[in-house]
Design a protein around this ligand. Structure first.
Ligand SMILES: *Cc1c(COP(=O)(O)O)cnc(C)c1O
Length: 367
């Protein structure tokens, strides 16, 4: 049995009729950019997160960059973020001419270590970007307390955690502003690139609305130099149809993860994900830790038709793109060990127990 890393065909089956009817309306009406369906989706997604405003943009990366720009972060400023994340978390800081400051992550949740965040604060620090990696919220109580004490803004990188909860609040509502990606493989995925900024702050909302749309307020009155980064209506139709099922799909992911955990818990050489008791994990990615034989394990899985991936093999401080920051091996030991050991195995809502059994049997044989 060959097992894909993700398979969203069942999701399409469930939402197909609604998507096709919605698209037909958009095609008839022709309101392709920020049309009615896009505005409606902004409202429903903001409501879903428990915040006032949703600003639809072109991608998760743009959401992060426009959030940074909305906070007036610029050259000379520093923004603290975990080194163990996707590079977009840092790129948004660089686009603004500011400096990303990398810190290490926690050994159990793989999320930003609040103590490391506090140690990295300087008079130039303007913001921190906690990433809710793989679908589990970062330690927001600690991060909020430290950020308040030092007057630092919090930008949640929520690109992997749609619908996750922290102390009964949705992620996306825990900082000053939060950024979502709707890249097709995310838990809430469009049929192309899309993203959203969500916030309770009317000033951030106002600025982000201008920034995504050429800096304009009237049709041809431009208050600031903005960009072209708007959520298109076609993607919004897809996302609105899928949003109605998101909680159910997240529950299905959690069930699959529980079954994985149970099947792999006593296997020597495998560490399963740790879930903190005050939050939920939505398992956009199910990553285990394996020993040094990871490459061989991946190859052997592949020969059995089982897909796996590494999120992420190189921490940001060791990326060539950031060589000017002079990161060295040894700077962030937890992140470096994770980069060598994590392995993401197939995970999607409609995965069957039989498929999970096949993956686990293969892993048990290999480690
Ligand atoms: C996917 C992702 C992004 C970028 O989102 P895009 O929509 O692909 O631009 C940013 N941060 C994290 C943590 C991500 O996983």
């Amino acid at each position: 049995m060959s097992i894909p890393f993700i398979d969203f065909s069942e999701q399409y089956g469930t939402t197909k009729e609604e998507i096709q009817a919605g698209l037909e309306k958009v095609f008839q009406k022709g309101d392709f950019i920020l049309g009615q369906a896009a505005k409606d989706f902004e409202t429903s997604f903001a409501n879903y997160c428990g915040v006032k405003y949703g600003i639809g943009v072109n991608s998760g990366t743009d959401a992060l960059y426009l959030a940074i720009a909305s906070l007036d972060i610029q050259e000379g400023d520093e923004v603290i973020l975990p080194t163990f994340t996707f590079i977009a978390t840092a790129l948004c800081v660089s686009y603004a001419g500011a400096t990303p400051v990398f810190v290490d992550v926690e050994n159990d949740t793989y999320n930003i270590d609040p103590k490391a965040f506090e140690r990295a604060i300087t008079p130039r620090t303007k913001a921190v970007i906690p990433v809710h990696l793989y679908g589990q919220a970062a330690d927001m109580t600690e991060i909020v307390a430290i950020a308040k004490k030092h007057n630092i803004k919090i930008i949640e990188d929520a690109a992997q955690a749609h619908g996750a909860k922290y102390q009964d609040k949705r992620i996306g509502s825990l900082g000053d502003v939060a950024c979502f990606s709707f890249y097709p493989t995310k838990s809430l995925g469009a049929f192309g690139d899309a993203g959203m900024i969500v916030t309770n702050d009317p000033k951030i909302n106002e600025k982000a609305l201008m920034l995504r749309d050429y800096g304009r307020q009237g049709r041809y009155e431009h208050k600031i130099k903005g960009y072209n980064s708007r959520l298109d209506t076609v993607q919004a139709v897809v996302l609105a149809a899928k949003l109605k099922h998101l909680d159910q799909w997240n529950q299905m992911r959690a069930k699959n993860a529980a079954y994985y955990n149970e099947s792999l818990q006593n296997v020597k050489g495998i560490t399963t994900p740790k879930l903190k008791s005050d939050r939920t994990h939505v398992y956009q990615t199910y990553a285990i830790r394996v020993n040094a034989k990871r490459d061989q394990i991946m190859e052997a899985l592949k020969s059995k038709g089982i897909s796996s991936l590494i999120h992420y093999p190189i921490p940001l401080h060791l990326q060539e793109a950031y060589k000017e920051l002079n990161g060295r091996r040894g700077d962030f030991p937890v992140a470096e060990a994770l980069a060598d050991e994590v392995l993401s195995i197939p995970m999607f809502p409609h995965m069957t127990r039989q498929q999970i059994d096949v993956v686990c049997a293969a892993l048990k044989e290999l480690v």
